[in-house]
Design a protein around this ligand. Structure first.
Ligand SMILES: Cc1cc2nc3c(=O)[nH]c(=O)nc-3n(C[C@H](O)[C@H](O)[C@H](O)COP(=O)(O)OP(=O)(O)OC[C@H]3O[C@@H](n4cnc5c(N)ncnc54)[C@H](O)[C@@H]3O)c2cc1C
Length: 383
């Protein structure tokens, strides 16, 4: 794996970093406090073309390679994970699935609009009674002539209230994973009703919704992949999502490191900067090592993907490590700030709350351990 960046990758990182530092990071605390959607973030993602970054150029996107995508996502995650979430779901989970599984008609219908940011994507897998075990999902898609009628409900859907197209996993066949299919559902279809979820611990300015699907009728051409491919579509999307989430977690941990280092250099106790105390240095140096490790695990996923190799296991490892590492990093940053870390004058409390969800979604840490354990031992603990 070559760890040097190309001049284009360096320039992309610099450009997104400057925008994040000038616009995104300064707005983040207020947005969090007021549960305000980061409009300036979405506008910038569209204006600067990040919203279509990885969509193939022939459909109007940037055609960026996986490492460039990770660099952009890390910078967004460093500035505000709420803005990062919009992009990862839209590109990694939805546009990526259309690129991988879609017919030429699907691509021509959705990708140019998604590349311009005129249509955002959301990914509807989780249900109230089915999170870690999506193969048991209960939303139904009943074939009626040349269309499907979808009924059910989805929960915790990022971009759910602002998206124009939803990738919906629903049961069109018998029990288990093989009975699930994936559908591209325009969000203005009658019966598709999002309801925003408020009061989240973190990611408070991110759009998260519960979605009711009541007699949502879509043409048979809305099927993405074949009948029964729904869980495969979802799992391949999550491979990409986990790479992107690992990059975002690296960015959040990097932010925690920078903020705690700067505070430790300025804050004095016992007549010395607290950075001079070995126990404070331990918090900082442990975080510095973990940030590097998270970044390298993430870049390894991007490298495998770029070379066309399987990256499912590498993505699980990177997601698991980087998410747990960013929670530790944010917690260490609060510790270094003492009592000031407990009020939202400083960003570290928000970092801890935003970090906390990363070990829960896109497969909890327990699920990642079972996936890694199955790959290493050859024995499945899923039953
Ligand atoms: C802010 C936010 C945004 C989200 N965005 C999306 C989205 O855009 N699209 C989407 O589809 N979903 C989304 N989700 C849902 C998320 O992916 C699920 O919450 C997650 O998969 C866990 O499912 P669950 O909440 O039902 O927990 P459960 O599956 O009920 O798990 C509860 C606990 O049991 C543990 N557990 C479960 N099974 C096992 C096992 N076999 N062995 C050991 N431990 C186990 C889990 O690790 C966890 O600790 C989002 C969630 C949040 C909070």
């Amino acid at each position: 794996m070559d760890l040097s960046l190309t001049p284009e990758q360096e320039a992309t990182r610099r450009s997104v970093r400057e925008w994040v530092d000038a616009v995104i990071a300064p707005a983040a605390i207020r947005n969090d406090r007021e549960e305000r959607f980061p409009e300036e973030g979405l506008e910038g993602l569209k204006r600067d073309g990040w919203i279509g970054l990885t969509i193939p150029e022939e459909y109007g996107g940037g055609g960026a390679d996986p490492l460039t995508y990770c660099l952009v996502v890390e910078e967004l995650g460093r500035g505000d994970a709420n803005v990062r979430s919009i992009l990862s779901v839209h590109l990694g989970l939805v546009a990526g699935s259309i690129t991988r599984w879609g017919s030429e008609d699907h691509k021509r219908e959705w990708l140019p609009k998604m590349a311009a940011g005129d249509v955002l994507g959301c990914f509807c897998l989780t249900e109230p009674d089915h999170g870690s075990d999506p193969a048991g999902l209960e939303t139904t898609a009943v074939k009626e002539g040349d269309s499907y009628r979808i009924n059910g409900s989805k929960i915790f859907i990022t971009n759910g209230d602002i998206a124009g197209v939803a990738l919906v996993m629903a049961r069109s066949g018998g029990p288990g994973a093989r009975g699930v299919s994936a559908f591209l559902v325009p969000c203005d279809t009658p019966g598709f009703t999002p309801k925003p979820i408020h009061g989240k611990l973190g990611l408070r300015s991110c759009d998260t919704a519960e979605i009711a699907l009541d007699d949502v009728v879509v043409p048979a051409s809305a099927l993405l992949g074949g009948e029964g491919d729904g869980i495969k579509v979802a799992l391949s999307a999550l491979d990409d999502g986990r790479m992107s989430l690992a990059a975002s977690c690296t960015g959040l941990a990097q932010n925690a490191l920078e903020v705690m280092t700067s505070y430790a250099q300025q804050r004095e106790q016992f007549g010395r900067p607290i950075a001079a105390f070995q126990l404070v240095q331990e918090l900082i140096s442990d975080t510095a090592v973990e940030v590097e490790a998270a970044r390298l695990l993430t870049w390894r996923v991007a490298d495998l993907k770029m070379r066309g190799e399987k990256f499912t296991l590498a993505a699980s490892m990177a997601k698991y490590y980087a998410s747990e590492a960013c929670v530790r990093a944010a917690n260490a940053a609060v510790q270094v700030h003492g009592g000031y870390g407990y009020v939202d004058e400083f960003v570290v409390g928000k970092l801890l709350r935003d970090a906390r969800v990363t070990t829960l979604y896109e497969g909890t840490s327990q699920i990642q351990k079972l996936l890694i354990g199955r790959a290493v031992t050859g024995v499945s603990a899923f039953g």
